[in-house]
Each structure stands twice: as structure tokens, then as C-alpha cells.
Design a protein around this ligand. Structure first.
Ligand code: COA
Length: 422
């Protein structure tokens, strides 16, 4: 049916889960926005929309309200300006929220055309998208021939879907990040912590991609990651990533969503070497921890001298979310030989602000606690915090802070610990 017809399954007051990231069903969300006047107080639950988030525009107020489980560039303003809400949660917990705490009226997803047995694949976004469709009372699916058919646990049967909207268009692509001098130095430092045979989780952006640049000489790396992007494919094709040493899913790259260019989507299409599962499996710390030597690499906004990691807000301003950071930091802790890395540039705002600070900004949320934190890496080196006293942590962090800020941090250190720094 047409998108206009399909959205009649959504009613005022409904809670609607919208597929994640580049899996967002653009044609159906556009139709919803065009017909906004037919709706009042529809709650839209989502992590990150890619492309746009028109449903959060000011003129949508009263019609749609975002309940964001993570914030991205398109949704920050809505929450900042009071037109949407942010709900803190770990990524792996999202499907469970849909059981009793946030029961869903409708799931709006994007899928492949059915195979000969009537199964459609959620393709690039399996994460909470497949569980949402399995749990919602009604399901609307955009069927897109361009959606890659991914393997693992990614499918629904057509009998589980109420309305289909056929609309083909390329899956949203994300350009490759610009990797500068600072990112290269951080990447090189992170790579020093990665050994042959390790299984990796990498976040998104320039730093994780820079890490991949320095792994070309490693052997038998594996991937168990919430997200997979283009850099991973290059290392698979060059034989660095073989997944041969993984305890769980040996020989397979494991992910819960994909985000990158068409090259990545083409690689994953009908490829048995890439398996995707819902996020309550991939990001479950107990599942992550079943891989020996699991190394997670994520980023943050600020870290204080005791090792508290703020990754989601700049002071009171929520700019991001928890995502899979805590899932993987804890999973790495459960993994025999596991390590977790928080990798950051030492400064923000063109060098005006240090990311290593005496205390977090007022209002900043602690994402990774100082008891869970393991390695912090900047372009200036590596600080290993696990098992270190507050005094030794502070010293290790000052050593990897930007030189322009070290003097000020040393003064704080000497006052706080009543001793000389040297
Ligand atoms: N003080 C003030 N502003 C800061 C800051 C600081 N210490 N650190 C970053 N910022 C600002 C940047 O200037 C930028 O602002 P802009 O968008 O207006 O330019 C914004 O915050 C984002 O920072 P940036 O360094 O560009 O972000 P990034 O793309 O490298 O992502 C995180 C960094 C922390 C936001 C991101 O890694 C994240 O969301 N992490 C938490 C979730 C997670 O780890 N998930 C698991 C893997 S997907």
C-alpha cells in the first residue's frame, strides 16, 4: 500500500518505535510528517536517526514527541529546546524496555523484499529494530530492494507485518571520516594495546578508523562489535581480520548494526561471514565476555583525574548517549585477557579546552564509572587506570594531557593529594 495508507495504523497517543540509524524507513517517516495534523501526542522512541529527523522540527510539536535513547546531530536541538526527551539506558537493555516499561503500539521498520519462503531481513539495523517489530502490536515496513539481506538473526516472516510500503532508494550512506594528525597519533597509541588474535569492538568516527590504519601488521584479529563500518571491511579483505581466534562465532564478523558507505552494505549483502543479531545478544556483557582478549575502543567528552568518564553530555547539555559504551567496557572486563580503551583527543574547541579535567563540568553525566574504566588513550600516550590508586590515576592522566594544561592539572594534583607531583 502507499505510505499514506500504511500510516493510518498509527493513532494519536501511540508509542511508536522507529528503526535505527541508516535503517530508518525514510518514505514512511516523511509521510508521517506530511500528515502531522492527523496525529496528536505520538511518542517516537528511537536511538539515532540518520539523514534527518523532521519529526522533531518545531512545527511537529504537539503531534510527535521524541523519546530519544541516544542523541545525534539531528536530535540534539529538539531535546535541548524541550521538544523531546532523553532516556538514559544501555543499548543492550533497549529490547527489554519494550516488554513492560515502554510497550510499543507500532514499530516502523525497513526491510528487504521477502525471500521465496516469505522472510524479510532487517538488513543494516537489527539492533532494537527486529525486537521492536517482534514486540509491537502493529508493524509497518518499508520494503526496499536496496536493503542488504544480512545473515544471523535478522528476519521476520511477512505474516508478522501488517502493512508493506514498497519504496526503493539507496540506503543512507555515511562519508568516510577525516583522519588528521591527532587522530593518527591516537590510533597509533591504541594499536599498541592490540595483540594478534584479539577480538575488537570499535565505535564510530575518525578515532576508530585511525586505529584500523595501524593494525595492518596484526594477525587473526576478530570483530564482535555493536557497529561495523567500512574500515573493518578493508582489514577483512587484506586478511588481518580472520575471526579465526574467536571463542564465540569463530570465522564470523559479529555486529548489531552497520553504518558506512555502499561498499560496506554490498559487502554484508548475503555474506555468511557477517552475522548480525539483536542488540540484547551482541551487546550483552556476558556474551561479549565469552570472547577471550576482547578489546573495546570508544570515546568520551571529558575524563576527570579520578577516571570518571563523561561521554554523553557537555555539562547539562545532553549531546549523545550511553549507547554500547558501558556494555562493552563491562564485557571487556568479563573477557579473559580483555581490555577497554577510551580514546580521546587531549583537547576540544580547537585546543582551548582540556578533555582531562580536575572535576567534570557541573551537570555532566558519568557514563563509564571510575571503577569500570580501564585504559585512557590520547595523542600523548596511554594511561592504565584499572587497579591504580586515585593519586596514581591522576598522575597517569596528567602525563597524557595536552602539555598546555599539565601545569594547571599538577597544581590541582598537589593540593588534592598533599604531595609534590615529581
Ligand atoms: N567540552 C566541550 N565540548 C566538547 C568537549 C568538551 N570536553 N568534547 C567534545 N565537545 C563537543 C565537540 O566540540 C562537538 O561539538 P560540535 O558537534 O558542536 O562540533 C561535540 O561535543 C562532539 O564532539 P566530537 O569530538 O566531535 O565527537 P565524536 O564524534 O568524536 O564523538 C562522543 C565523541 C563522546 C560524543 C561519542 O564517542 C559518543 O557518543 N560516545 C558515547 C557512546 C559510545 O561510546 N557508544 C559506543 C560506540 S558506538
Amino acid at each position: 500500500m502507499s505510505a499514506e495508507e500504511a500510516i493510518k495504523l498509527i493513532h494519536s497517543g501511540d508509542r511508536v518505535a522507529l528503526a535505527h540509524a541508516v535503517g530508518i524507513p525514510v518514505v514512511i517517516t516523511d509521510a508521517l510528517c506530511e500528515h502531522k495534523d492527523n496525529y496528536e501526542n505520538v511518542e517516537i522512541v528511537q536511538l539515532v536517526p540518520m539523514g534527518n529527523a523532521k519529526f522533531t522540527d518545531p512545527e511537529m510539536e504537539g503531534h510527535f514527541r521524541l523519546n530519544a535513547l541516544f542523541l545525534g546531530p539531528f536530535t540534539r536541538d529538539a531535546v535541548q529546546e524541550g521538544r523531546g526527551d532523553f532516556t538514559p539506558c544501555c543499548f543492550h537493555e533497549v529490547p527489554n524496555l519494550f516488554d513492560e516499561i515502554l510497550p510499543l503500539d507500532v514499530a516502523v521498520i525497513q526491510v528487504t523484499p521477502p525471500d521465496k519462503h516469505g522472510y524479510v531481513s532487517c538488513g543494516v539495523s537489527v539492533d532494537y529494530t527486529l525486537p521492536a517489530a517482534q514486540k509491537a502490536k502493529r508493524v509497518i515496513a518499508q520494503v526496499n530492494k536496496e536493503m542488504p539481506r544480512t545473515h544471523g538473526d535478522t528476519v521476520l516472516h511477512v505474516s508478522e507485518i501488517d502493512s508493506f510500503v514498497e519504496a526503493d532508494h539507496p540506503i543512507i550512506e555515511l562519508g568516510l571520516p577525516r583522519i588528521g594528525k591527532v587522530e593518527r597519533a591516537i590510533g597509533e597509541n591504541c594499536a599498541k594495546l592490540i595483540k594478534d588474535g584479539d577480538t575488537l569492538q570499535l565505535g564510530i568516527g575518525a578515532i576508530p578508523d585511525a586505529v584500523l590504519l595501524f593494525l595492518k601488521d596484526k594477525k587473526d584479529l576478530g570483530i564482535h562489535s555493536e557497529m561495523v563500518s567500512d574500515g573493518v571491511v578493508k582489514l577483512i579483505e587484506s586478511g588481518v581480520i580472520t575471526n579465526a581466534k574467536k571463542n564465540l562465532h569463530p570465522g564470523k564478523t559479529v555486529a548489531t548494526f552497520l553504518m558506512g558507505t555502499k561498499d560496506l552494505y554490498d559487502y554484508a549483502d548475503d555474506n555468511q561471514a557477517v552475522v548480525m543479531y539483536p542488540v540484547d545478544y551482541v551487546n550483552d556483557p556476558y556474551v561479549i565476555g565469552q570472547n577471550n582478549n576482547l578489546v573495546s575502543i570508544n570515546s568520551c567528552i571529558q575524563v576527570d583525574l579520578t577516571g570518571q568518564v563523561a561521554s554523553e553530555s557537555v555539562g547539562y547539555q545532553q549531546i549523545s548517549g550511553i549507547g554500547g559504551q558501558v556494555d562493552f567496557v563491562r564485557g571487556a572486563k568479563l573477557s579473559k585477557g580483555g581490555r577497554s580503551i577510551i580514546a580521546i583527543g587531549s583537547t576540544a574547541a580547537q585546543g582551548k579546552i582540556s578533555k582531562i579535567v580536575p572535576i567534570l563540568d557541573e551537570g555532566a553525566a558519568v557514563t563509564t564509572s571510575r571503577t569500570d574504566v580501564d585504559y585512557i588513550v590520547t595523542e600523548y600516550g596511554i594511561a592504565h587506570l584499572q587497579g591504580k590508586s586515585l593519586r596514581d590515576r591522576a598522575k597517569a592522566l596528567i602525563q597524557i594531557a595536552h602539555p598546555d594544561f599539565r601545569k594547571g592539572l599538577i597544581q590541582v594534583y598537589e593540593q588534592r593529594f598533599h604531595c609534590n607531583y615529581n
